[in-house]
Design a protein around this ligand. Structure first.
Ligand code: I22
Ligand code: ZN
Length: 197
């Protein structure tokens, strides 16, 4: 019974990935182009999200600054989820809804990219970070699910929206991390050539 339940998770996750591949390949490719334009012109990525999406922001930043699967020069990325002094000071003195936006205003430059991750598309602090990124003339790559929520309306035509076609947070997160690995792989392939896997 328990094993059947576990196997159903694998089946549901695989089903969603098959279904999402033709839908998400285009926005994922657009995200790769936005990120390449950013890092090849001296820009940086600022990444944010809550809970599991905070972990995704950190996971992605680690693969940009460190490496993914191949040796390549360092790429600039900062997860806005990691400095407990900054996060507690801003949440304590202002509000939790501005923990990312103040960091974006402090660090963001025109041409940088904000990686904004929210499965619901409704997290106030992520939405505020998008507004701040637009003020700083940054491009936003948004990862959502649940139809995109409020983030659908916050993004501009020049931004990229990777919206997983599902309503279950865990499933959406499983596709988000796949999408982020696709981006890392494609960035490496564009920078180094695609002869290796
Ligand atoms: O990882 C999970 C659920 O799988 C949770 O930690 C989840 O990320 C948190 O509830 C977040 O606060 C949800 O925020 P969001 O994805 O709607 O922006
Ligand atoms: Zn989780």
């Amino acid at each position: 019974m328990l094993e059947q339940r576990i196997q159903q998770h694998f089946i549901d996750s695989a089903d969603l990935k098959y279904q999402a591949a033709p839908i998400l390949s285009k926005p994922i490719a657009a995200a790769v182009q936005a990120l390449l334009a950013c890092v090849t012109s001296g820009g940086k990525v600022l990444a944010c999200g809550n809970g599991g999406s905070a972990a995704d922001a950190q996971h992605f930043s680690a693969e940009f600054v460190g490496r993914f699967e191949r040796e390549r020069p360092e790429l600039a990325a900062i997860a806005l989820t990691t400095d407990s002094s900054i996060l507690t000071a801003i949440a304590n003195d202002y509000d939790f809804s501005v923990i990312f936006s103040r960091q974006v205003r402090a660090l963001g430059q025109p041409g940088d990219v904000l990686l904004a991750i929210s499965t619901s598309g409704n997290s106030a602090n992520v939405l505020a970070a998008i507004e701040a990124a637009h003020e700083r003339e940054m491009v936003v790559v948004g990862l959502t699910g649940h139809g995109g929520g409020k983030m659908s309306h916050a993004l501009r035509d020049t931004d990229v929206h990777i919206c997983v076609p599902h309503d279950r947070t865990a499933r959406i997160q499983e596709v988000h991390i796949l999408a982020l690995h696709c981006i890392c792989d494609a960035v490496d392939a564009q920078l180094l050539g695609d002869q290796e896997t």
